[in-house]
Design a protein around this ligand. Structure first.
Ligand SMILES: O=P(O)(O)OC[C@H]1O[C@H](O[C@H]2O[C@H](CO)[C@@H](O)[C@H](O)[C@H]2O)[C@H](O)[C@@H](O)[C@@H]1O
Length: 368
């Protein structure tokens, strides 16, 4: 994509000049001391990158950006009967966690249920503005009640402080930045000195992410609708409100920026590109870490339930599947490729599931 507003310094003239080529500003922003980008060098670099298959890589990104998240299963022919078939097979393989509620709780006999909840698309509906993704009062009450009976963690791509501000419940564990920032409840017994912070495996990346966030903010500012979010150990570039014709250009901008940071990698969520450290840490690792912190590292006495809607939640679903323990529940109205065992159609169904769990627990306590 071309960005007419990109300005590159021209070594010969010594002045900034606008060019209709992609993205050098991100490089220039890194500071003259670190990188000096001349127009000539920039064009050469772009050419070489293109020849080296960069274009193919960016095209692949754009294709992936077009797919929903996790990848939607597509019919080759969009006949109604095929769609019905697809849906029936989806429900047969990933039944509703509401209709399977009895089976789910009966498999928890003698085990401690531990709840893991993603935030966006799970506890709050997807909205255009990430800063306005509020959860309802009813959902908050449902989560609060669940946390009274079961250890409960919010596992999110968001920055931990931001999600705490949305959820506003003190009795939970919060794993922000895709699990790279884990904190227990205020009265956490694991690490009281550090105000309940349990684990920050990517703390050394903090200055780098801050720098990348600022660079992305600057180099994408001319693309209408882009929103860059600082998620502390991860920077997120939202394209939900960007014209689809500009997605290629945006992907290219992001690629050029992260090409300068070999210690960072890109992952995708729902209409969002996320730049994060290459360390082997994700929501699945966070789930394992939390189970261990709760004393269930190698235990059969636990039934973890993870509810999420996003590609990044697949890492946690996969962990549960590999452990042969607990269940992943994918929130989705449409068939998707997933490692989850069950499905829920939308956030209101998540709330219903949580309420059922609380009602079932209260009943079983009365009976005991
Ligand atoms: O792990 P999650 O809790 O699901 O967080 C993933 C990302 O969620 C947010 O973005 C998504 O929700 C926004 C609000 O509904 C929506 O506008 C955006 O298109 C979605 O990608 C959040 O803003 C990101 O920082 C999270 O990484």
């Amino acid at each position: 994509m071309t960005n007419p507003n990109v300005v590159v310094s021209d070594a010969k003239s010594g002045i900034g000049m606008a060019i209709t080529a992609a993205v050098p500003k991100s490089l220039a922003l890194l500071g003259a001391a670190q990188v000096t980008v001349t127009r000539k060098k920039y064009l050469k670099k772009t050419e070489t990158a293109r020849e080296g298959g960069e274009t193919a890589r960016i095209n692949a990104w754009v294709d992936s950006m077009r797919a929903s998240s996790p990848t939607r299963i597509r019919s080759k022919i969009s006949l109604q009967s095929e769609t019905d078939q697809e849906h029936n097979s989806w429900i047969a393989n990933h039944p509703s966690a509401l209709s399977m509620f009895e089976q789910i709780v009966s498999s928890s006999k003698g085990k401690q249920i531990v709840m893991f909840l993603d935030y966006d698309g799970t506890l709050s509906p997807i909205v255009e503005d990430p800063d306005r993704a509020f959860m309802t009062k009813e959902m908050r009450e449902a989560v609060r009640d669940v946390a009274r009976y079961f250890p409960t963690a919010i596992v999110t791509g968001r920055c931990r402080d931001k999600v705490c501000g949305f959820v506003k419940l003190p009795g939970l564990y919060y794993a922000g930045s895709h699990g790279m920032d884990i904190k227990g409840p205020s009265k956490c017994t694991y690490n009281e000195d550090n105000q309940g912070v349990l684990f920050q495996p990517a703390s050394e990346y903090l200055p780098m992410i801050e720098e990348v966030y600022k660079t992305l903010l600057e180099c994408t500012k001319s693309i209408p609708g882009v929103k860059v979010e600082n998620n502390k150990f991860c920077a997120s570039v939202h394209y939900r409100c960007v014209d689809e014709n500009m997605w290629g250009g945006l992907a290219e901008q992001v690629r050029v920026v992260i090409n300068n940071y070999p210690k960072l990698r890109l992952t995708e969520g729902r209409k969002v590109l996320e730049i994060r450290p290459t360390i082997k840490w994700d929501k699945g690792k966070a789930l394992e870490f939390l189970l261990e912190s709760f004393g269930y590292a190698d235990s059969n006495d636990v039934l973890p339930i993870y509810i999420g809607d996003d590609r990044t939640d697949e890492d946690a679903f996969k962990v549960l599947r590999n452990r042969g323990q607990g269940f992943g529940i994918l929130v989705s109205k449409v068939p998707k490729e997933t490692n989850a065992s069950y499905s829920l159609r939308e956030t209101t169904e998540v709330k219903d599931f949580l309420r059922l769990l609380v009602a079932w627990k209260r009943l079983s306590l009365k009976g005991s």
